[in-house]
Design a binder for this molecule. Structure first.
Ligand code: PGA
Length: 248
């Protein structure tokens, strides 16, 4: 399976010109790194500036069309060439998005044949907790009543909130812990959907990924890819991440 590297640009950059420069660097690196699937999730206003890599979205609405001011539908994103959608990112959860809404979005994405990238992760690091209840709940409620045959398009990201670079005192997780978390997430998926989904769902890591730690997360943390925020806004750093991981 190809490793997946997803850039989450969040609410950056300011202009389409800057977006195109960032995207060009990533797409050149992606062209060379044939064993990596590079996805860029720009803000909606920059979707058009991104070429030469897989196009992702940072959000979606669950209805097909109609009176929903300010929302964007799965059909619109699909028509635009979007094939991956980030869902349940902690920054959206902080803005009030609930597991119930995330579940509707996951369904809408999967039913429209796109890849749902479901982010899960605990808010605080607690030493004595092996598998945070928050993650179990996010998986259970986020994936509630989803038909099993759609789950081939599910990607899960383990992204502890305390590790996201823009959060206070953030620090990347360590590969050993990430590896353990991927096993526990697979166990949860096993309980919910059985062996095939548990084994085949790609699990990525996100949280302060940079050019120095990216390889270790993939090699020692044994994840299927990475979700990169801040470092994806620096073309040199992001290209280095792609190149380094492609050499594993
Ligand atoms: P970060 O962000 O790489 O800047 O920590 C990751 C994310 O929030 O998706």
């Amino acid at each position: 399976m190809k490793k997946i590297i997803i850039a989450n640009w969040k609410m950056n950059p300011k202009t389409s010109k800057e977006a195109a420069i960032l995207a060009r660097a990533a797409s050149e690196a992606a062209r060379v790194a044939k064993n990596i699937e590079v996805v860029i999730a720009p803000p909606f206003v920059h979707l058009q500036a991104v070429r030469g890599v897989k196009l992702g979205a940072q959000n979606i609405f669950w209805e097909k069309s109609g009176p929903y001011t300010g929302e964007i539908s799965p059909l619109q994103l699909k028509a635009y060439g979007v094939r991956h959608v980030l869902l349940g990112h902690s920054e959206r959860r902080t803005l009030g998005e609930t597991n119930e809404e995330i579940n509707k979005k996951v369904k809408a994405v999967l039913e429209n044949g796109m890849k749902a990238i479901l982010c899960v992760g605990e808010t605080e690091k607690k030493k004595d907790v092996v598998f945070p209840q928050e993650i179990a709940t996010e998986l259970k409620e986020g994936l509630k009543n989803i038909k099993k045959n759609f789950l081939k398009n599910l990607i899960v990201v383990y992204e502890p909130v305390w590790a996201i670079s823009t959060n206070k005192n953030a620090k990347a997780d360590n590969p050993k812990n990430v590896f353990e978390m991927t096993i526990l997430i697979r166990k949860e998926l096993l309980k919910m959907f059985g062996k095939k989904v548990a084994f085949l769902t790609p699990i990525l890591y996100g949280g302060s990924v940079d050019k120095k730690n990216a390889v270790d997360f993939v090699k020692l943390g044994k994840v299927d890819g990475l979700l990169v925020g801040s470092a994806s806004l620096n073309p040199k750093k992001f290209v280095k991440i792609i190149k380094n991981v492609s050499k594993i």
